[in-house]
Design a protein around this ligand. Sequence first.
Ligand code: THU
Length: 132
Amino acid sequence: MNPLSIAALEQTAQRAAEHAYAPYSKYPVGAAVLAPDGTQYSGCNVENASFGLTNCAERTAVFKAVAAGHRQIACVAIYTPTPEPAAPCGACRQVLREFGPDMKVVSVCDGDGRIETTLSALLPNSFGPESL
Ligand code: THU
């Protein structure tokens, strides 16, 4: 995958965090997913007074991509304004897996640390469409 498109995806994720609705956790997250045709979709976390209804940034981005007609995701970038990068939560790993079991996962933050991995490393022996 082109390093330039990954760098651009990281920037999109960072910008998306500016729209995070996180009044309860005060933990904004931005995400961006890359479709195979190069299109990017961004997302932020959207919390709710009924806390359990919160939607993570990654899932917001995936749902936007799918709603636009995509069925494959090549890469996801996640940004948090924190000193250390954050890996996607378990629920988001499963939702991402549906649309790209081999996708690249990149987490960036305000510090120098970054996580670069794959979904299959984060979610081994996963359950997916082929399992049904
Ligand atoms: N959050 C995400 O947006 N993505 C994750 O992968 C982990 C957690 C959000 C949910 C909630 O709004 C806040 O971060 C604190 O958990």
